[in-house]
Design a protein around this ligand. Structure first.
Ligand code: TRP
Length: 320
């Protein structure tokens, strides 16, 4: 079968190294293998917050991050929800295929509700996984590179595709999740790496900001640096990060640093990260001076043509 890849991100802040090693590097590889769509999921931003915030700026920043790491608009269609009315319209028939009980059971939605800063949970919080099914199915996506937290949403997309096909005839292929093989990077404080927790190194951070973040990273009191994920997770995480940037094994790096202690470890990590990100940051700065919104407009146009065709097919299958 000819796979179509679709994945995306909410435009809520800059992408960081966790995104890079967890998914962006894989996308850059995939763009040479399959037709690929990358979604800037702007409507999804207002699921767990009341206002979209600086959505336009975040959209541009996300686009710059994508292009800087090497996503090539000649190969990948980069687009946004808000520019594709026909994608959004798929939500209506799709919602009719899913029960309220199924919407309520989604563990990722439950988790987001638990961590939400909103005064009240809104309806989009329960229904956005069905909208996400539309994200995947509008282009008949078959391969969806995602993290573990997105698996329940992928199940919703499969359920929607299966039920649509059963009720109205074969229209959609069943999408599959594609899980990354990379080790999970933690944040510099040892917790989950997250743009909102201040423990992540943004791709767009300056070298000085990067150095300052790593200087504050949590380590431990043992002088001899060893790679021990169980007993010394923070040190192991820094070694993993440097190893990924240098293309080397973390245990080998630990051996070289030896009794250089946390100071040497942090110097090695800082140099590795800054060196690794230098060409990406340089490209990002160059792109920022140009007309990147045009690239998005072209992606939106391509995605929209695809969505128009799928919506027509859906309406015809349903007998409208
Ligand atoms: N929910 C995803 C996230 O929070 C973003 C997203 C939106 C997505 N639509 C998608 C991911 C479709 C994969 C496929 O990161």
């Amino acid at each position: 079968m000819n796979d179509v890849v679709l994945t995306g991100d909410r435009p809520t802040g800059p992408l960081h190294l966790g995104h890079y090693f967890g998914s962006l590097a894989n996308r850059v590889r995939l763009q040479d293998l399959h037709p690929m769509y990358v979604l800037i999921a702007d409507y999804q931003v207002i699921t767990d917050r009341d206002l979209p915030g600086e959505i336009r700026r975040y959209t541009t920043e996300l686009l710059l991050d994508y292009l800087a790491v090497g996503l090539d608009p000649a190969k990948v269609t980069i687009f946004q929800h808000s520019a594709i009315p026909e994608l959004n319209q798929l939500l209506l028939p799709f919602l009719s295929l899913v029960s309220v009980a199924e919407l309520r059971r989604n563990p990722t939605v439950k988790d987001e509700i638990a961590h939400s800063s909103q005064s009240a949970v809104n309806g989009l919080m329960f229904t956005y996984p069905v909208h996400q099914a539309a994200d995947i199915l509008f282009c008949k996506g078959t391969l969806v590179p995602v993290g573990k937290d997105q698996l329940p949403h992928l199940e919703v997309a499969r359920l929607v595709a299966r039920r649509f096909n059963e009720r109205y005839g074969e229209v959609f292929p069943l999408p599959e999740a594609m899980m990354g093989a990379q080790p999970l990077l933690r944040g510099l404080d040892g917790g989950k790496m997250s743009k909102s927790r201040g423990n992540a190194i943004a791709l767009s951070a300056t070298e000085d900001e990067t150095a300052a973040l790593i200087r504050k990273a949590r380590t431990d009191a043992e002088r001899l640096i060893t790679f021990d994920e169980e007993r010394r997770p923070e040190v192991a995480n820094l070694l993993t990060l440097a190893g990924l940037c240098l293309g080397r094994g973390p245990a080998e790096l630990a051996g070289e640093i030896g009794d250089g202690g946390a100071v040497t470890l942090k110097r090695v990590v800082t140099e590795a990260v800054n060196e690794f990100l230098r060409p990406i940051r340089k490209r990002r700065a160059e792109l920022a001076g140009g007309d990147v919104r045009r690239i998005l407009a072209e992606g939106n146009e391509r995605a929209r043509e695809r969505a128009v065709r799928t919506l027509e097919e859906v309406q015809a299958a349903m007998g409208f």
